[in-house]
Design a protein around this ligand. Sequence first.
Ligand SMILES: NC(=O)c1ccc[n+]([C@@H]2O[C@H](COP(=O)([O-])OP(=O)(O)OC[C@H]3O[C@@H](n4cnc5c(N)ncnc54)[C@H](O)[C@@H]3O)[C@@H](O)[C@H]2O)c1
Length: 351
Amino acid sequence: MTAPTSQRPVMLTGGAGYIGSHTCVALHEAGHPVVVVDDFSNSHPRVLDRIETISGVRPSLERGDVLDTAWLCSVFERHDPAAVIHLAGVKAVGESVANPIKYFDINIGGSISLMKAMQAHRQQVGRLSPLVFSSTATVYGEPSRVPITEDFPLTFESPYAHTKLVVEQMLGAVGRSESSWKVAVLRYFNPVGAHRSGLIGEDPSGTPNNLMPFVSQVAVGRQAHLNVFGDDYPTIDGTGVRDYLHVMDLAEGHVRATQALMDGCDSFTVNLGTGIGHSVLQVVKAFEAACGKPIPYRIAARRPGDVAAYFADPGKAHKLLGWQARRDLGQMCSDAWAWQSLNPKGYREQE
Ligand SMILES: NC(=O)c1ccc[n+]([C@@H]2O[C@H](COP(=O)([O-])OP(=O)(O)OC[C@H]3O[C@@H](n4cnc5c(N)ncnc54)[C@H](O)[C@@H]3O)[C@@H](O)[C@H]2O)c1
């Protein structure tokens, strides 16, 4: 599909990353031109070729750091975006504990820089683009029960989650100061999988922090076995239960949220999850079925801070946006496997 070129684009910060690249494809599918803003600090320029192969449209690229407000202002001038989706940031919980200043700088500083650039652009063109912000379910800390609704108490267990909560609060404050700020806060649960083509997917640098990329790397022989942290939780098989969400469902959630704001909806906060919890061993079994190989695993000690079960009540997103996750665990695993088996070394394959 070719998007009409006269249309103002959607600006996608972090658009070359895992969630950004899938969101770019979903925006193209919905007919929106996209400008990707990314410094490639955790992604590869080759992803743009892959997006073009999938959707037949190449997003515009602005390569740079969102912390550079003057440069970001020039990006707004060049593209005059109809909406902004802010995904650029750093996301490793463990690294955030070791290096909190980096997380405060990029995640909070980057969001402040973006808001300043949006405000400066508004002074020039007389209107403010709506903003979609990628937050996380980790702002619920250790919830007292499941499923989790948006009105649960908010807290943080790591500097990473702290940065997301601070940005949520800052966005709330600017919205209260001026009603022209239209903001959607999306709290993601556990995005996994890949586009069904296997051309784009999650490409972690170093050892993966998350379950599905780790399992994929075991299947492809890059890791010897999976460590399962704890098998004595009060869950179906003793292993931790999470709300795994297909990344294309998540991407389509961004399109719905963007469209809702562009259509005049007031600011909102929603969970994006399936509402269904799967245990680590259920994921392992589903992945074995998808790839046709055994996934060797060892039971290890529980990790501090891990909770037994964590899943969303996605009812508000359904009611407000008409959005619902459509892809099941089997598809998450088969699409993740398509990506991993076609690209065992990720985007760096040909280097
Ligand atoms: N993947 C998850 O499990 C998950 C869960 C909840 C929330 N999130 C949030 O979603 C967003 C996207 O996550 P992802 O998994 O796609 O991560 P990712 O690392 O794949 O993508 C982030 C992108 O932002 C870019 N970037 C980082 N700092 C930048 C800067 N200063 N200027 C310009 N570009 C910069 C990176 O190069 C990368 O392409 C992040 O904000 C993350 O915190 C992710």
